[in-house]
Ligand binder design. Structure first.
Ligand code: NDP
Length: 271
């Protein structure tokens, strides 16, 4: 019997994770299945438990369940605890291990795929939701010159600074006027609604990379804005998606798949 994995979410029909993990498994010769698991909004625990009861070995967790998965896990990695969000569950005997691979996914995409060093750079992170929480610690571990967290609701960003024990600053969008950054990461959900976070002009330093965690066929309002503002490079979150999946695959199977051909395949499919 092949080992069973799945991605759980709501909605989940659009998820590219089954295709990504099927490629990883083929590439590494692993005998596993990977399905989509749609959970009703108030039935995350029941759906995940039922999957586990029928022999499931692990789950990827997507919107809106990363917070519930955090509470569902019996053992948490340090990065999941810092993020207070879990995107990877591993069922091992009686234990439910919870981890968060989103931050590693972003950093690996930036550093390995895009050749964008974070170390010593001025970094601006937009948003203070689950995605932002997941990437703060891995970004700080890269030792940027500074990390600024801007959020529409300033209090949420300030609370994160407090919860993480400092090491970065909280800001409103308006207070960014006159400041410049080498890397600007959009971790808001504004792009999902076709909206632009209220960034003042002039935040992109010469040579800056603009990164939107959202991905899709069309350029997001954030990337269009960055282009207009003269950002030197633009990237969407497809690479992060593939890299966070590779990190989950490693947690489950102890093997690191080659992400480049899988990313290429997905790019061709969305071209
Ligand atoms: P949340 O709902 O937890 O957080 C949403 C955040 O966006 C909040 O900080 C909110 O601000 C902010 N926001 C929403 N609309 C606007 C707007 N119009 N202007 C400014 N700020 C706004 O979402 P997540 O953190 O879970 O997800 C964020 C994005 O990241 C999604 O697009 C998701 O698809 C993407 N993502 C991509 C991944 C990948 O692998 N590529 C992995 C994980 C997430 P406020 O607090 O003021 O309400």
């Amino acid at each position: 019997m092949p080992d069973k994995y799945a991605v759980i979410g709501n909605p989940v029909a659009h998820s590219k994770s089954p295709q990504i993990h099927a490629e990883f498994a083929r590439q590494t010769g692993q005998d596993l299945t990977y399905e989509r698991l749609h959970a009703p909004a108030d039935e995350f625990t029941q759906t995940a438990s039922a999957f586990r009861a029928r022999g499931g070995r692990g789950l990827n967790v997507t919107l809106p369940f990363k917070g519930e998965a955090f509470h569902f896990a019996s053992l948490l990695s340090e990065r999941a605890r810092a993020a207070q969000a879990v995107n990877t569950l591993k069922f091992e005997g009686n234990a439910i291990l919870g981890d968060n691979t989103d931050g590693a996914g972003l950093v690996n995409d930036l550093v390995r795929n895009l050749g964008c060093a974070v170390t010593g750079r001025r970094v601006l992170l937009l948003g203070a939701g689950g995605a932002a929480r997941g990437v703060i610690k891995p970004l700080l571990e890269q030792k940027p010159a500074c990390l600024m967290l801007a959020n529409r609701t300033l209090g949420k960003a300030q609370l994160l600074v407090q919860n993480f024990g400092g090491g970065f600053e909280a800001s409103t969008y308006a207070a960014l006027a006159g400041q410049q950054f080498d890397l600007v990461v959009n971790a808001t959900s504004a792009s999902l609604a076709g909206e632009l976070p209220p960034l003042p002009p002039g935040v992109f330093a010469p040579g800056a990379l603009a990164y939107d965690m959202m991905y899709g066929r069309d350029e997001t309002p954030f990337l269009a804005f960055a282009r207009g503002e003269g950002a030197a490079a633009l990237a969407d979150g497809l690479g992060m998606l593939v890299e966070q999946a590779a990190e989950s695959f490693f947690i489950w199977r102890g093997l690191r798949p080659d992400t480049a051909p899988v990313l290429k395949l997905l790019r061709q499919a969305t071209a």
